[in-house]
Ligand binder design. Structure first.
Ligand SMILES: NC(=O)c1ccc[n+]([C@@H]2O[C@H](COP(=O)([O-])OP(=O)(O)OC[C@H]3O[C@@H](n4cnc5c(N)ncnc54)[C@H](OP(=O)(O)O)[C@@H]3O)[C@@H](O)[C@H]2O)c1
Length: 276
């Protein structure tokens, strides 16, 4: 068995998408407070500026780029923003959105928006930045961190499109990790379970429906510890969801059966879940 080698996450220079709030802001702060220099990307100047101030207060430095990653040319503009940097050894593909509900009720625009932001943008951004990441800074491995979701491991009803994008980004990471085995890039995928952020504020399902939530700080602490330990499949889902993930591998129909009695209640609880 191949042993994991620990990863130095201090003094990183790179990009965090969706850095104005939630998981992205927390990760930008983690890297910033360890001496990092981070390009903070998102659509809202005010929240990105707040993140930049928080990083500065913790001794790190940052730059802000206001960009909607689903727009034509956005990826090239992000790459341009760092083209003058001497080196890049971090890319966190975090920005994401969600719309729940029955597939036939989803608007085509919402379907496209989830695919564009959760799947197409991180793939294109990675492609654009890969030569820089491969070059990295010195002997250390660069870090490519893709934020997937626990839903990539257990497809939840009423989330078929979101699940497709998250399973897509996790397979992208697995494939790329193998492709880059001889390169100096550590490819890691994160599988957060439901995490208490703004993304979840319009969702009302609790642990009784398989959606037990964790506090953001706990998720980030586990994520950072796992990354530093050199892990590449980082699962921060709560214990009950992990049991469901194991069952989904050994006996997927048993998961169908377990979810079936609660289908109506779940549909009601996620009816308004939208962060687009
Ligand atoms: N929270 C959870 O329960 C959970 C669970 C599993 C996985 N995840 C994943 O974790 C990641 C972060 O989630 P979160 O909970 O922190 O979500 P969040 O609070 O909704 O934050 C999403 C971030 O993405 C940015 N963003 C949204 N649309 C964008 C666009 N078109 N272009 C550029 N940036 C955009 C937002 O900033 P602006 O509005 O300023 O653009 C925001 O900073 C997502 O990929 C999500 O799918 C979350």
């Amino acid at each position: 068995m191949i042993e994991l080698s620990s990863l130095d996450i201090t003094n990183r220079r790179g990009i965090v998408t969706g850095a104005g709030q939630g998981i992205g802001r927390s990760l930008a702060l983690e890297f910033g407070s360890r001496g990092g220099h981070v390009l903070l990307v998102g659509r809202k100047l005010d929240t990105l500026t707040e993140t930049a101030e928080m990083i500065a207060a913790q001794g790190g430095t940052s730059e802000v780029l206001v960009e909607d990653l689903t727009k034509q040319g956005a990826v090239a503009r992000v790459a341009d923003a760092v083209s003058g940097w001497e080196s890049i050894d971090l890319l966190v593909n975090n920005a994401g959105n969600v719309r729940a509900g029955r597939l036939e009720n989803a608007s085509d625009d919402d379907v496209q928006s989830m695919i564009d932001l959760n799947l197409t943008a991180p793939i294109l951004l990675t492609k654009a930045l890969l030569p820089r990441l491969r070059e990295g800074a010195g002997d250390r491995q660069s870090i490519l961190l893709n934020i997937s979701s626990g839903i990539a491991l257990v497809g939840m009803p009423f989330y078929s499109v979101y699940a497709a994008t998250k399973a897509g980004i996790s397979q992208f990471g697995e494939s790329l990790r193998r492709e880059l085995i001889n390169d100096n890039v550590h490819v890691a995928t994160v599988y957060p379970g439901a995490t208490d952020t703004a993304m979840m504020s319009s969702q009302n399902a609790g642990s009784e429906l398989g959606w037990g939530r964790r506090a953001l700080d706990d998720v980030i602490a586990d994520l950072i510890a796992a990354l530093e330990a050199g892990e590449y499949e980082i699962n921060t889902t709560p214990e009950d969801r992990r049991q469901m993930q194991a069952l989904n591998v050994s006996d997927p129909l048993a998961v169908d059966e377990a979810m079936a009695p609660n289908l109506e209640a779940l549909e009601e609880a996620v009816r308004d879940h939208r962060s687009i």
